[in-house]
Write a protein that binds this ligand. Structure first.
Ligand code: ADP
Ligand code: ZN
Length: 216
């Protein structure tokens, strides 16, 4: 199965990806995660990407497209497909992806469009905390899903951190970038008949139920 999940930053894509990747045994590919890993590892790519990410701007297409192509060329994706999270983010990225997949003789099966109002996204982002353990990455929300012990992951006991780009100023930028650059992808993929829109619900389980219907 080859899936794309579209949605504004903080719309809850990551939470949906967690169960989809598990239930459908499909690799979850988040360009944001790959870039953050590169930053943590101090790679050249990471250093180049960091300045853009800290501002909430998009990393140049060329950089992202190359890491994405390399990742989906790995054996697990060849065998099982993929769930793309955070890619494509521009029409140019989508066109490159299309050309790449066409050359491989495969195509996208579905695009899930997760819709959440900007105000809700802002409130969620400011309250979001993430487990720093790369094997866990559990996501908490101080407003409606706080950890039992402040700053500590319920699941694995690792420390929680606030992503550097989860502050009001940066989230505002990221939403603007989303509306200007990424939202046009909904029309792009709708023309191909691939888009299923889900309205993000207050409770995670309710959104999961809606996405399950779509993937049936
Ligand atoms: P969110 O979870 O808030 O949607 P991501 O983790 O997907 O954010 O991405 C964080 C940052 O990484 C983005 O703001 C952007 O700077 C960079 N980034 C991730 N994916 C892409 C992409 N496909 N194209 C350009 N920049 C990207
Ligand atoms: Zn954890």
């Amino acid at each position: 199965m080859r899936l794309i999940i579209l949605g504004a930053p903080g719309s809850g894509k990551g939470s949906q990806c967690k169960w989809i990747t598990r239930d459908y045994d499909v690799p979850h590919i988040s360009t944001g995660d790959i870039l953050r890993k590169n930053i943590a590892d101090g790679t050249e790519l990471g250093m180049e990407a960091k300045s853009y990410m800290d501002k909430g701007a998009l990393v140049p297409d060329e950089l992202v497209v190359n890491i994405l192509k390399a990742r989906i060329s790995e054996p697990d994706c060849k065998e099982k497909g993929f769930l793309l999270d955070g890619f494509p983010r521009t029409i140019a990225q989508a066109q490159t992806l299309d050309a790449f997949l066409t050359a491989e003789g495969v195509s996208i099966d579905k695009v899930i469009n997760l819709e959440v109002p900007d105000e809700e996204i802002m409130s969620r982002a400011i309250n979001r905390r993430t487990c720093e353990n790369p094997d866990c990455k559990e996501i908490y929300n101080l407003r409606d899903n706080p950890p039992k012990v402040e700053g500590v992951c319920d699941k694995c006991g690792s420390k929680l951190f606030q992503r550097k780009d989860d502050n009001e100023e940066t989230v505002k930028n990221r939403l603007e970038v989303y509306h200007a650059q990424t939202e046009p992808l909904i029309a792009y993929y709708s023309e191909k008949g691939l888009v299923a829109t889900v309205i993000g619900q207050e409770r995670l389980e309710d959104t999961i139920a809606l996405v399950k219907e779509i993937l049936k």
